[in-house]
Ligand binder design. Structure first.
Ligand code: FCB
Length: 443
């Protein structure tokens, strides 16, 4: 079984490609957002990033050298449909070249159709709160599928719709930077609708990637237990329930009733959203230990529907992002998905850690903390498989240090170090460790 386990690494278009105006690419919400003063650390942006658009062949060779079996990347919608109604062949050609290079080296391409770079003209027309965006997404998915289905078998519609909807439209930390919670609730639905509309247009192994967290109450007090229920509801069940069960969770609808009467949910939408999938991608980084708080401590931005809840320090070591490290949360989460939802193949589509790495005088990058993080989480995956979880693959986030959204280039998640001045790639110790772990197999 372990020999068929799919080992990969992941990236996304805006975070690595650069070439923001090459070959007919149009602007996305992240181009606009990163040019808005105060939104991204030090005013950084993805104009150049890892220059992967021009260096993809070297990057694919690097992947082959590490023995990766799969590569998860995203397709940039603004390269493919840069203006309403315009299909940009040069954009499609780039992904054909990338996919061909991967296949030549026996690396399975694992594209995601939407990893947050909405074309700006669609945001100008209302963005994800506008129902029409779901239909435009399906159209775009069809275009990419038609161009690549002769060589791509695995398709992921969305990456982390929680982030697109809530960070983008509720608290404005991510593009397009709108703090309009009522609109965020609509964005959730239209992202999921876009996913469901795209599914029948794709072929092969089809899935969606959700960022899920293992949420536990800090104490057994009813108030903390209810806070954990609410956070779990908005982070996990608001997304996985409609996709795999065909219904929004009643308690979450009640939690959100002050923001929405859900009249934007039309007859038939949930049937569309819950079309049968082949796989579920899970991005896991950190657990959530949650307590009730009234009032919310100053300086915390409550998630919508999760007002009067806050995160409690679990006392564990943290990554450079300040995220607590707990591989048991991953194991518990995987088992919970198996217990509460219909059987489906699972993949860890992102897992990894940022630390402040630097190249040593000898030219190596020593990152023992990242190795420890990966080792713990991969061991949790092995344990999950031992316990019968249908986990079929694992993708480390990320192949390369890259543009970490609002954190700019300040957080390095790569197993390969990137010098952003010279674009030199240096596999970190963790990349060499990962290559050896792949050779050894999961179990
Ligand atoms: C996830 C994103 C990914 C990256 C990691 C650290 O939420 O999908 O692009 O930023 O976090």
């Amino acid at each position: 079984m372990s020999s068929s386990f799919l080992w990969g690494a992941a990236t996304s278009s805006y975070q690595i490609e650069g070439a923001f105006a090459d070959d007919g690419r149009g602007p996305s919400i992240w181009d606009t957002f990163s040019r808005t003063p105060g939104k991204v650390r030090d005013g950084e942006n993805g104009d150049v990033a890892c220059d992967h658009y021009h260096r993809y062949l070297d990057d694919v060779r690097l992947m082959a050298g590490l023995g990766l079996r799969a590569y998860r990347f995203s397709v940039a919608w603004p390269r493919i449909v840069p203006e309403r109604g315009v299909v940009n062949q040069a954009g499609l050609d780039f992904y054909r070249r990338l996919v061909d290079a991967l296949l030549e080296r026996g690396i399975t391409p694992w594209p995601t159709l939407y990893h947050w770079d909405l074309p700006q003209y669609l945001e100008d027309a209302g963005g994800w709160p506008n129902r029409d965006t779901a239909y435009r997404f399906a159209e775009y998915a069809d275009i990419v599928h038609t161009a690549l289905s002769d060589r791509v078998e695995n398709w992921t519609t969305l990456n982390e719709p929680w982030c697109s909807a809530l960070l983008g439209y509720a608290n404005g930390e991510h593009a397009p930077g709108r703090a309009e919670p009522e609109q965020a609730v609509k964005a959730v639905h239209h992202l999921l609708l876009g996913h469901g509309l795209a599914v029948p247009l794709l072929s092969g192994n089809i899935g969606i990637t959700l960022n899920m967290s293992h949420v536990t109450p800090a104490t057994t007090s009813p108030a903390d237990v209810d806070a954990a229920r609410r956070i779990d509801g908005i982070q996990n069940r608001l997304f996985i329930d409609p996709v795999l069960l065909g219904a929004y969770p009643e308690d979450v609808l009640a939690d959100l009733s002050h923001l929405s009467d859900f009249s934007h949910v039309k007859d038939g939408d949930l049937a569309t959203i819950s079309r049968k999938l082949d796989m579920l991608g899970i991005n896991y980084y950190s657990p959530a230990l949650v307590a009730a708080a009234d009032p919310v401590p100053s300086g915390t931005t409550p998630w919508i529907g999760a007002e009067s809840a806050h995160w409690v320090d679990g006392g564990r070591p943290r990554t450079g992002m300040g995220w607590e490290i707990d591989e048991n949360g991953l194991l518990d989460l995987l088992q919970r998905v198996v217990k509460d939802y219909p059987a489906i193949d699972l993949y860890i589509t992102e897992n990894g850690a940022a630390f402040a790495d630097s190249v040593s005088s000898g030219g190596a990058v020593h990152d023992p903390e990242r190795i420890d993080y990966l080792e713990r989480h991969i061991s949790a995956c092995a344990e999950a498989v031992n316990r019968g979880v249908p986990l079929k693959g694992y993708f480390a986030w990320s192949l390369l240090d890259n543009f970490e959204w609002a954190h700019g280039y300040g957080q390095r998640f790569g197993i390969v170090h990137v010098d952003f001045g010279t674009q030199k790639r240096t596999p970190k110790d963790s990349a060499l460790w990962y290559a050896a772990r792949i050779r050894k197999g999961l179990l």
